[in-house]
Design a protein around this ligand. Structure first.
Ligand SMILES: Nc1ncnc2c1ncn2[C@@H]1O[C@H](COP(=O)(O)OP(=O)(O)OP(=O)(O)O)[C@@H](O)[C@H]1O
Length: 274
């Protein structure tokens, strides 16, 4: 396992008000000698909504999984709100962090996956209150109050006592969103949150995410194949191809005036369905 020297990475902005919520510095990831991410530099500002688009296999999910603490980078560093995610500093050098550190920092990262992974034997309210009680140490009353507010936000206040098996896929995904938001994360990560849903259920989930994005000041990283959604929800769109960030900018520029040939070709293929 590689250990990075601190001097390779910059320490700028550590105490500044404009410190990014997320910062990737030279992050690379290989699987079996195949480099999937190549020296990714990416910052997400407080409250910023960043959508990542790109061809299948370009490394979007891998990027999200590194930030979710589910996949460790081969090299490079990641910070969340100024705190190292995968490393810690010992005597001026960066060494790999232990599971305790990862567990603690994971509490500040909200994750919504393709598959909702709700607890089938718990009702909806309990699904949403479990982590605030057991991870944040809130009282049951406080957790219930927070959970109800979040379930109202995702339009499920009438389903508190229902069980996951009684909900549609779209409703289950909305519970998963409430479950992540109730932790008041520093960053919310959505990894293709609608790709496992029947087409008729996609709209309701995207609408909820859009509403939350518009109303809230939580930073978001959204991995998506839904170009209209990326255009509507994101402050910035990042286009990845071949494990690199090829182009990024406001949605208007990315979709309206793409620069690189690869992005142009990707968008054309998308529009024509080829
Ligand atoms: N655990 C793993 N072991 C080996 N290869 C992996 C692993 N995870 C991902 N890969 C490979 O890394 C590449 C990038 O995968 P990734 O899921 O990050 O791409 P993606 O851009 O999200 O693709 P998609 O849009 O299809 O979801 C793929 O070729 C994939 O097969």
């Amino acid at each position: 396992m590689s250990v990075q020297l601190e001097t390779e990475f910059s320490d700028q902005n550590q105490n500044g008000v404009n410190r990014p919520i997320v910062r990737f510095q030279k992050v690379s990831k290989s699987f079996d000698d195949q480099e999937i991410l190549r020296e990714i530099d990416l910052e997400i500002a407080p409250g910023e909504k960043v959508a990542v688009i790109g061809p299948s296999g370009s490394g979007k999910t891998t990027l999200a999984r590194i930030l979710m603490t589910l996949e460790e980078p081969t090299s490079g560093i990641v910070e969340v709100d100024g705190e190292l995610l995968w490393h810690k500093k010992v005597k001026g050098k960066l060494v790999w962090a232990d599971e305790k550190h990862l567990h603690r920092i994971r509490g500040s990262i909200g994750m919504v996956f393709q598959h909702f992974n709700l607890f089938p034997h718990m009702n909806i309210l309990r699904n949403v209150t479990e982590a605030p009680i057991h991870v944040l140490g809130l009282s049951r009353d406080e957790a219930v109050e927070r959970a109800i507010t979040m379930l109202e936000k995702v339009g499920l206040a009438d389903k508190l006592n229902a069980y996951p098996s009684q909900l549609s896929g779209g409703q289950k995904q909305r519970v998963a969103i409430a479950r992540a938001l109730v932790m008041r994360p520093k960053i919310m990560i959505f990894d293709e949150p609608t790709s496992a849903l029947d087409p008729e259920l996609v709209g309701e989930v995207l609408a909820v995410i859009k509403e939350i994005a518009a109303a809230g000041d939580t930073a978001m990283l959204l991995i998506t194949h839904e170009m209209d959604f990326a255009r509507d929800v994101a402050d910035r769109v990042v286009f990845t191809d071949g494990g690199r960030i090829v182009e990024q900018g406001p949605p208007k520029e990315i979709f309206g005036a793409p620069d690189s040939p690869r992005l142009k070709s990707f968008l054309t293929r998308f529009r024509t369905g080829r």
